[in-house]
Design a protein around this ligand. Structure first.
Ligand code: FAD
Ligand code: MLT
Ligand code: ZN
Length: 471
């Protein structure tokens, strides 16, 4: 093992192979569900160096945990406790390699922070629409490896749909140069789509070519109080009809989720939540003008009020007000973390099934867990809910998780399955859902996944214990 560390030091420079000091930023996951121990953290600075690190590890039979910003929610990017795994951090590979304005594309290295990519695009007069609460620290490589979603999927799709090409270091240490900016290419199997969403288990993404979009002329944000989930779904249908492609965000939040933001971040001044079970955040992006956007938005909200879908609403009057409303939405995860450890679900069902799913599952959980507190929020426009269970008020969170997590997961995932949904809409499987996946995934699909994993990583050294078991 020390021979491998020495070899890595020679390959990428001693200062880029970390073994001492506080490595918890690399060894502990964002939710503090797991604290591992790495053999070392390797921080290569080029694709050739990534390939050299992979080759050396594979030759030594040592497993590799690729890591971007380490903001993942399913314990997928941190090492186990054995002290034998190499964390391969992509953070130094962070250059924007090229922008092709005529092709509306940008080619960027895997460790580039999402927010930096958004800013670079904007400076060039474009929109890069992927947007999520962790955008200040997550990386484009991590976004692609998890096929991240976020708050603009309803209009622009998730990370997969934004990606046109990849550069990947394979488990053999070869480099696949697939940085095509092509929108059409039917020359065989789609390798790009295989690596996107593979959570570091099939290869290491080192760069990507991503789509860019025109900047909207205006963006308006509204916050609406909604009496029920049924009405939130009806409001979504109405918003699609009124705004068409202008509907760029549609997020739902329950009262308890917002009360946690109010409790932990009172300065954010959460609007309307005290008198309504649900609030919805809508965004309308307009290619014409702010006046046009406002007229459409107001017409939508007027109709929604007439139909009783909305009981009260505010439309942000300025960019800073709009940012504040989004900040409240994005703070739910942080407020939940402040409140303590919790059981997270990242589920999707057909949008039409969401109201029945929530009603049935809320009732089942309340039956099993006295005082259960549900933090429900998420991307209703995509049929994706973060359907989270917080420890009953005043309870011991660690003890609660030990006692209830498997039972809660079973109740929720069985309900998801009855409604034809998925147990992970955007965060992925990681290690937290690896044992649930075989119970809910089609067995033929699982078998094909297993064969793909074996073909691409025969020694099982790329992020073992994540997504799919190899033994
Ligand atoms: P990491 O956490 O470092 O890694 C995630 C996975 O990808 C791991 O399996 C890792 O091994 C693998 N990986 C990382 N980089 C590479 C690479 N270059 N090559 C191969 N494998 C790699 N997610 C959403 O989808 N939508 C949201 O709205 C959302 N909101 C969030 C809000 C907050 C406050 C937080 C903390 C997280 C949120 N997330 C969300 C989860 C997380 O930010 C995303 O999963 C993100 O895409 C992870 O990026 P990362 O760079 O941090 O990856
Ligand atoms: C979000 O939508 O805010 C996230 O996916 C993070 C979370 O689930 O907490
Ligand atoms: Zn989300």
């Amino acid at each position: 093992m020390t021979a491998l560390i020495d070899q890595l030091r020679q390959l990428i420079g001693a200062s880029h192979v970390l073994t001492d000091g506080d490595l918890s930023a690399y060894e502990q996951d964002w939710r503090k569900r797991s604290h591992g121990k790495a053999l070392c953290v390797a921080r290569p600075g080029s694709t050739a160096d990534v390939a050299a690190v992979v080759k050396a590890c594979v030759a030594a039979g040592v497993s590799i945990v690729p890591q971007g910003g380490n903001t993942g929610m399913v314990v997928g990017s941190t090492p186990d406790t054995s002290g034998t795994q190499v964390v391969l951090s992509l953070q130094r590979l962070n250059a924007v390699r090229a922008i092709d304005p005529g092709n509306s594309t940008v080619t960027v290295e895997a460790g580039c922070i999402l927010q930096q990519l958004q800013q670079t695009a904007e400076q060039a007069g474009f929109l890069f629409p992927l947007s999520l609460g962790a955008e200040g620290s997550c990386t484009i490589g991590g976004n692609l490896s998890t096929n991240a979603g976020g708050t603009q999927v309803v209009r622009y799709g998730n990370a997969r749909e934004l990606c046109l090409g990849l550069e990947v270091v394979t488990a053999d240490g070869e480099i696949w140069h697939g940085l095509s900016g092509l929108r059409k290419d039917n020359t065989g199997y789609d390798l790009r789509d295989l690596f996107v969403g593979s959570e570091g288990t099939l290869g290491v993404i080192t760069a990507a070519t991503m789509k860019l979009f025109p900047l909207p002329a205006a963006s308006l944000t509204a916050w609406a109080a909604v009496p029920s989930m049924e009405q939130a779904v009806e409001l979504l249908g109405l918003a699609h009809r009124y705004l068409g492609a202008g509907l760029t965000g549609f997020e739902v939040m329950n009262q308890f989720a917002l009360s946690l933001v109010d409790r932990h971040f009172p300065h954010l001044r959460v609007p309307l939540f005290r008198d309504t079970p649900w609030c919805v955040l809508l965004e309308n992006s307009d290619s014409e003008s702010e006046a046009h956007a406002r007229t459409r938005f107001e017409a939508l909200l007027e109709e929604a009020m007439d139909q009783g879908l909305v009981t009260d609403a505010v439309v942000a009057e300025s960019l800073s007000q709009a940012r504040n409303l989004w900040h409240i939405r994005e703070s739910i995860t942080l407020a939940q973390a402040e409140e303590g450890l919790n059981i997270k679900h990242d589920i999707s069902v057909p949008i039409s099934a969401i109201p029945a799913f929530v009603k049935e599952t809320d009732a089942l959980l309340a039956q099993h867990i006295p005082g259960v507190r549900m933090v429900d929020f998420g991307h209703l426009g995509d049929g994706n809910l973060h359907y989270n269970v917080q420890t009953p008020e005043g309870g011991d969170a660690a003890a609660f998780l030990r006692q209830y997590e498997p039972q809660v997961n079973k109740i929720v995932y069985d309900a998801v399955s009855r409604h034809g949904g998925s147990i992970s809409a955007e965060h992925g499987v990681g290690s937290l859902k690896i044992d649930s996946l075989p119970k809910y995934k089609d067995p033929v699909a699982l078998g094909l996944m297993s064969r793909i994993k074996h073909a691409l990583d025969p020694q099982g050294l790329l992020n073992p214990g994540r997504v799919i078991r190899t033994h």
